[in-house]
Design a protein around this ligand. Structure first.
Ligand SMILES: [Zn+2]
Length: 233
């Protein structure tokens, strides 16, 4: 944009120089009587703009090159043209700046939204295998089985202990082994995979401080809950 403007400004300098040279030639030749009447202001302005529509064969060019009055109007008109171009260039530049700023803000906002969405929706997937914990039912189930989950939103798939019946299960995280201090829970119908029953629930553990908890499973029909020590990191 700026380069263009400079280039056309140089062209006008050349045009002015060209007129000046023609005028000097005419003065030296003693031929300073301009042919025809003074061309109108619009024509002079076109000259100042170095409009390509003007042919050098135009008789008004010959007039201007010989007329001191018309020649003296040219620099003033050129200043006008320059000032207008500068104004347009400035307007375009500030408009471009605004567009760039708007685009940058939009990109920043959308990536911020994506980021915060990702932060909020990040779901950690974990599998908890209690397959062998079943043999310890009723005794001290936790001693052999230790489960660890992060303090996130966790999509946890529990592989239920051997011989667990299919059906709806409640999976919960509590602070104590008697079911008190409920932190999170989720219900789902188990899915059979080979010999195994698996139940997948989403547990929001974001509010949990790192420490010892209990993970429990409760079948919808036999209301007994089984607790397994859970470490939240
Ligand atoms: Zn004139």
């Amino acid at each position: 944009m700026r380069l263009n403007w400079r280039r056309s400004s140089r062209a006008e300098d050349q045009l002015e120089k060209w007129f000046l040279e023609r005028y000097q030639e005419h003065v030296l030749a003693g031929d300073t009587t301009p042919p025809g009447p003074h061309p109108d202001e619009d024509f002079l302005r076109s000259l100042a703009r170095k409009s390509k529509q003007i042919a050098l064969s135009d008789p008004r060019i010959e007039h201007v090159a010989k007329c001191q009055l018309c020649m003296s109007r040219l620099p003033a008109l050129r200043q006008e043209v320059k000032a207008r171009r500068r104004k347009v260039a400035l307007a375009v530049a500030s408009a471009s700046c605004l567009v760039i700023i708007a685009v940058v803000l939009l990109i920043a906002r959308s990536s911020f939204q994506k980021q915060s969405l990702a932060n909020n929706m990040a779901v950690v997937v974990r599998t908890v295998n209690l397959w062998d914990a079943g043999t310890l039912r009723g005794a001290q189930p936790g001693t052999l089985q230790s489960v660890s989950l992060p303090a996130d939103i966790v999509r946890v798939t529990v592989i239920l202990p051997r011989f667990s019946p299919p059906g709806q299960y409640l999976v919960a995280v509590t602070r104590s082994q008697n079911g008190e201090g409920l932190l999170a829970e989720g219900q789902a119908v188990s899915a059979t995979s080979g010999d195994q029953e698996r139940v997948s629930v989403e547990l929001d553990l974001r509010s949990a401080k790192a420490g010892q908890y209990f993970l429990s499973t409760t079948h919808e029909q036999d209301q007994a809950s089984y607790y397994y020590p859970l470490q939240i990191r």
